[in-house]
Ligand binder design. Structure first.
Ligand SMILES: [Zn+2]
Length: 281
């Protein structure tokens, strides 16, 4: 599932590709992904609108558009399995195309086999998002206070988008490993020095992933059966490049890269956490 770094890389890729392009046609194959916007409202807003930019907030893509001099935002989210990319208009859209925007010679494709993602005019969810972990508002003071007031396991806290925007299973596991923090420990029971380490580790793993993903040639359409996003290590030419950089995520049963203890997988709130019980006590 794409998290902050993957979305950031995608945004950087789409921004120059979309800027200045005007939407001529709108086809919605899955109405579910545009809710609560209706097909009619979406078509009315988008037809003739021009892309002026693409930015990111948490795991959301914000497409800045302008129509008749009025700026507005189209909100995108990849969900579990979504992809967004441009393809030549003469090629048929993929089987799981949820929304196709005709831009003339190219189509913007939002493809999603499971339809958990979004492409909508409703931007209300943004109001509830916590600070960006790489931004100034995510200070040590903010983070420490947010942990100290919480009896939830730290892992749950890190995934709470209202507390910090953009972190998911992969980078939560990786940051807790780097900081030596046990995933089940309650936030308020974490020692201050470990809070400092975790704060630093969160920024580190996210920055590293963005830096790393920016250097890999990516196949955005996920041809050849792969997803094409770097965190799965399936981009042609990328090999296992990124996966090798992950220390614990999805490595249950393998030795910890630091102490060789076997990495464990536990399920917290229905989602997997990977950790080394020796390094993270
Ligand atoms: Zn270890």
């Amino acid at each position: 599932m794409p998290e902050l770094p993957e979305v950031e890389i995608l945004v950087r890729h789409l921004r120059p590709a979309l800027r200045g392009k005007t939407i001529r046609e709108i086809t919605v194959h899955r109405e579910r992904v545009i809710r609560p916007t209706t097909v009619r409202a979406l078509k009315q807003a988008l037809r003739g609108a021009t892309f002026t930019g693409v930015t990111r907030r948490g795991k959301f893509l914000l497409f800045a558009l302008r129509r008749k001099r009025k700026p507005f935002t189209l909100l995108g989210h990849l969900g579990m399995t979504g992809r967004m990319y441009l393809q030549p208009a003469k090629e048929p859209p993929p089987r799981h195309a949820a929304v196709v925007l005709g831009l003339g010679k190219e189509n913007f494709i939002y493809e999603d086999p499971r339809y958990f993602g979004r492409l909508t005019l409703d931007t209300h969810t943004l109001d509830q998002l916590g600070p960006e972990p790489l931004g100034k508002k995510f200070s040590l003071g903010y983070f420490g206070a947010g942990l100290a007031s919480s009896s939830q396991p730290i892992k749950h806290r890190l995934l709470d988008q209202k507390f910090i925007a953009g972190i998911g299973n992969i980078y939560a596991s990786e940051a807790m490993f780097l900081a030596g923090v046990p995933p089940r420990r309650a936030g308020k029971k974490l020692r201050m020095d470990y809070g400092v380490r975790l704060h630093r580790a969160i920024r580190h793993v996210l920055k590293e992933a963005i830096r790393c993903g920016s250097t890999i040639p990516l196949d955005w359409r996920g041809g050849k059966g792969g997803d094409g996003l770097f965190y799965y290590g399936t981009a042609p030419g990328a090999g296992e490049f990124y996966e090798e950089r992950l220390n614990v995520y999805d490595k249950a049963g393998q030795p910890c890269p630091v102490c060789k203890t076997i990495i464990r997988r536990i399920v917290q709130a229905g989602r997997s956490t990977y950790y080394c019980h020796k390094c993270q006590r």
